[in-house]
Design a protein around this ligand. Structure first.
Ligand code: AMP
Ligand code: ZN
Length: 498
């Protein structure tokens, strides 16, 4: 198995990946809060972890990838519940809101061609596990009850576990304490940094459960601690999420796991960097977002035209997951060009004949150069999943494909087995590792294009023979399935409505 390095937020360094159980990977990634549509920033994070998931699978690991759905109260700094907010606006049952946006999220993950996680637990389906965890944290003495709510005692935990609270965000306690001091709703707590692990419900709260302390709901951070422990064990390999979750969410998760289980939950913490819009973090609460659909349709002041899902995905993969990525029209246009070129190169490559008679038994310089580029692509992925490096190597390999097609290099210069390997590597990286789909050459599109050409040909024959009945019949039948035909100066064109 190839050696893989990943950047561990805990150490601030790239480390060699050593799984707890040989050949197995346990990975937990914080899932979406389903109170509104996922924005492109969320998609970037899940696309990044999808590539990580796919690379582990390719390396031969058995992966248990757990990504939750946050469908229960998620308190914002001003004390408003994000799920409840969505409910109030739409006048729906909370579970209707959760279901609607869970379906929408799944649809978006399908459009971006990501693999589903192995387990997708919902917070609301794990209330007993969360209550048990609160009980355990109380038993261990790291929490206290106040008027039906239960709070995690951060200063006590921090004092007894030096260096743990702050280990994910890499910040010192005083900074973290200063940040929490500004929050509202602090009255009940002993210390501003303490956080709720169980909240007593207020009259306006809709999603509530019975507990030993009150009718209420779990604190937001608790679900990930409870569900990761349930499905991956007390300590598992990888915990991931966007880097905006480091504090307070991940810091508090670590504290809860220590508090209940006495150990650190994950050996490696992986954090994706933010997608920016106009140089600022894309964020729902800031209103600085573009939805995937707006980007696909071009219906947004931020872009001059629509970009297909695969172009957007390629744009994301052109940057390493730990770099920020700024969405701009120019960058998307460049990504569109790059994506189309890569797809065209792959089509040309896959159609190149492999002639065993060309093989003269020796490796040419061209062979060695191509093999070195293949190794570069792999090394990019082995070096903390650097898709940018891998794409650059693919483009360089592509230059050889074009030279071969244009006969700038002789077919005999590339050994058949190297050509076969190149074909395999292209397909592997494009389809299996990046999950990119060739939109222009997809089977469905080809079939429809071919059928439409035939139909319009028959119609044009009918018209030239003044057989208006047949011509009209074709036009009406096409209209009935949402296809409109236009006769213009340039000839006949067709488009699908909606
Ligand atoms: P949320 O639904 O807000 O809990 O976010 C779901 C995931 O998307 C989390 O892992 C966040 O860290 C991540 N995320 C939120 N905003 C961005 C962004 N602008 N760029 C990349 N990831 C983001
Ligand atoms: Zn989480």
């Amino acid at each position: 198995m190839r050696s893989l390095k990943l950047y561990n937020t805990l150490s601030g360094k790239k480390e060699e990946f050593k799984p707890i159980a040989p050949g197995h990977v346990g990975m937990y990634v914080c899932g979406p809060t389903v109170y509104s549509d996922a924005h492109l920033g969320n998609c970037r994070t899940y696309v990044s972890f999808d590539v990580i998931h796919r690379y582990f699978l390719h390396l031969g690991y058995k992966v248990r990838y757990v990504r939750n759905i946050t469908d229960v109260g998620h308190l914002t700094d001003d004390g408003e519940d994000r799920m409840a907010k969505g409910t109030k606006i739409a006048q729906l049952e909370p579970m209707e809101v959760a279901q609607k946006y869970t379906v929408g999220f799944h649809e978006m993950m399908r459009i971006f061609n990501t693999l589903p996680p192995s387990i997708e637990p919902r917070a609301t389906g794990h209330i007993p596990e969360q209550i048990e965890m609160v009980e355990e944290i109380l038993r261990q003495g790291y929490a206290y009850e106040r008027n039906g709510s239960v709070y995690f005692n951060v200063p006590k935990f921090a004092a007894e576990h030096p260096g743990v609270y702050g280990s994910v965000s890499g910040r010192v306690l005083d900074d973290l304490y200063a940040e929490t001091r500004a929050l509202k709703n602090q009255e009940e707590k002993d210390h501003p940094a303490d956080f709720a692990i169980w909240m007593k419900a207020r009259p306006q709260d809709l999603m509530v459960w019975n507990s030993p302390w009150s009718v209420g709901f779990p604190g937001w951070h608790l679900e990930c601690s409870a569900m990761s422990t349930k499905y991956l064990g007390k300590t598992f390999d990888i915990h991931g999420g966007g880097n905006d979750l480091k504090f307070p969410h991940h810091e508090n998760e670590v504290a809860q796991n220590h508090g209940a289980c006495g150990c650190h939950p994950a050996n490696y913490w992986l954090h994706t960097n933010m997608l920016l819009l106009n140089g600022k973090k894309m964020s729902k609460s800031e209103g600085n977002t573009i939805t995937p659909h707006e980007l696909f349709s071009g219906d947004s002041p931020f872009v001059s035209k629509g970009y297909s899902p695969m172009v957007v995905k390629f744009f994301m993969l052109m940057a390493h997951y730990r770099s920020t990525l700024d969405i701009t029209d120019e960058a998307l246009l460049a990504a569109e060009k790059g994506f189309r070129k890569l797809m065209e190169t792959n089509r040309l490559l896959q159609n190149l004949p492999v002639d065993p008679n060309d093989f003269d038994g020796s490796e040419s310089d061209t062979d060695r150069a191509i093999l070195a580029l293949i190794e570069n692509a792999y090394q990019g992925m082995d070096d903390d999943f650097n898709t940018a490096v891998a794409i650059a190597a693919l483009n360089e390999m592509g230059a050889y494909v074009h030279k071969l097609v244009n006969q700038q290099i002789d077919a005999g210069e590339i050994a058949p087995w190297v050509l076969e390997r190149l074909k395999g590597v292209f397909n592997l990286f494009i389809s299996d590792l990046f999950g990119l789909q060739d939109e222009t050459a997809s089977g469905d599109n080809n079939t429809v294009e071919g059928l439409m050409e035939l139909i319009l040909d028959i119609r044009s024959n009918a018209r030239s023979q003044k057989d208006w009945a047949t011509s009209d019949k074709i036009r009406d039948a096409l209209a009935a399935v949402g296809i409109s035909v236009k006769d213009g100066k340039e000839g006949v064109s067709w488009s699908k409505n909606g």
